[in-house]
Design a protein around this ligand. Structure first.
Ligand SMILES: [Zn+2]
Length: 289
């Protein structure tokens, strides 16, 4: 649920972002290039396998925080828009129509879920701040402009605060969110998260300065343009390792989203939060949740 705190924060944002209110709905029928999404799903599986082998070791090495477990699903959405005849199987595997997305959001309400932002999860583990019953997090990846045109109005309708993970190199390019749209998302109580500068496989980057720029440089760019502190990070393709997680922490992020799915979060795993791609049909969604 959107809180008064969100709205107050939103008002402060208006000055920095220089936008006014939650006006949108001018969604055009644009086609989204699918390359990024294709590679994200296929190579993401490899990264996941590698990650699984190391995460248990990492968890035991990070025992500064209590290892309390919390049942809190984090959903990842990529494409919400009407279907195009040209959509191939890979796109259809992660695309939802606005109608399906609306039905899923409606289901969350009737099933008693409470949509919370990442910062509530972070506060729960860091300070013991209470969470509502059946908390769930909604996130959107890669900054596609269709998310603004089709998912954003539905999120506003249900008063659900979602997080949009964007990578800075494409902001304002055709098919991607503009700075003005990002400001409008913030003004409506949404969160903007960091998804690097160029959406690389971070695990493939050997130059430390380049890696730091992807992780910390992109954060600075977002903060400079949006006038807010960017606290959440999502690893592109779900590819990361202990060294990358340490850099994300060092850069000042308060949590980072991984992509293995257990539905369970833990205080000592704030930098590899469990997340899953949202089911693309309402029936699957209701079965899962
Ligand atoms: Zn991505």
């Amino acid at each position: 649920m959107l809180t008064r705190g969100f709205l107050a924060a939103s008002l402060i944002l208006l000055g920095l972002c220089a936008v006014g209110g939650v006006i949108f709905l001018a969604g055009s029928h644009r086609e989204i290039p699918g390359l990024l999404l294709l590679s994200e799903t296929s190579r993401g599986n490899q990264a996941r396998s590698a990650e699984r082998a190391t995460t248990s070791l990492q968890a035991s090495a990070e025992n500064a925080l209590p290892s309390e477990k919390l049942n809190l699903p984090i959903l990842v959405y990529h494409i919400v828009r009407p279907r195009y005849p040209s959509d191939d199987r890979a796109v259809r595997a992660i695309a939802l129509t606005p109608g399906t997305f609306d039905a899923q959001m409606k289901y969350l309400r009737t099933a008693g879920y409470h949509v919370v932002p990442f910062r509530d999860l972070e506060a729960y583990f860091r300070t013991g701040a209470p969470l509502p019953s059946k908390p769930i997090i909604l996130s959107f990846d890669d900054g596609w402009s269709d998310q603004f045109a089709y998912a954003f109005p539905i999120l506003v309708k249900y008063h659900y605060p979602a997080t949009f993970f964007v990578f800075t190199n494409v902001i304002g390019r055709r098919g991607f969110l503009s700075w003005d749209e990002l400001c409008q998302l913030l003004a409506a109580g949404m969160t903007i998260g960091d998804h690097t500068r160029s959406h690389p496989y971070l695990t493939d980057i050997t130059n430390r300065a380049a890696l730091w720029d992807e992780i910390e440089g992109s954060k600075k760019t977002l903060e400079k343009h949006l006038g807010v502190t960017i606290n959440e990070f999502a690893y592109p393709f779900g590819a990361y390792n202990p060294a990358i997680r340490a850099l994300v922490k060092k850069a000042g992020y308060r949590s980072a989203r991984g992509d293995y799915f257990s539905g369970e979060q833990a205080a000592n795993r704030l930098y590899d939060l469990s997340a899953m791609n949202a089911p693309t049909t309402t029936a699957l969604f209701e079965k899962k949740f």
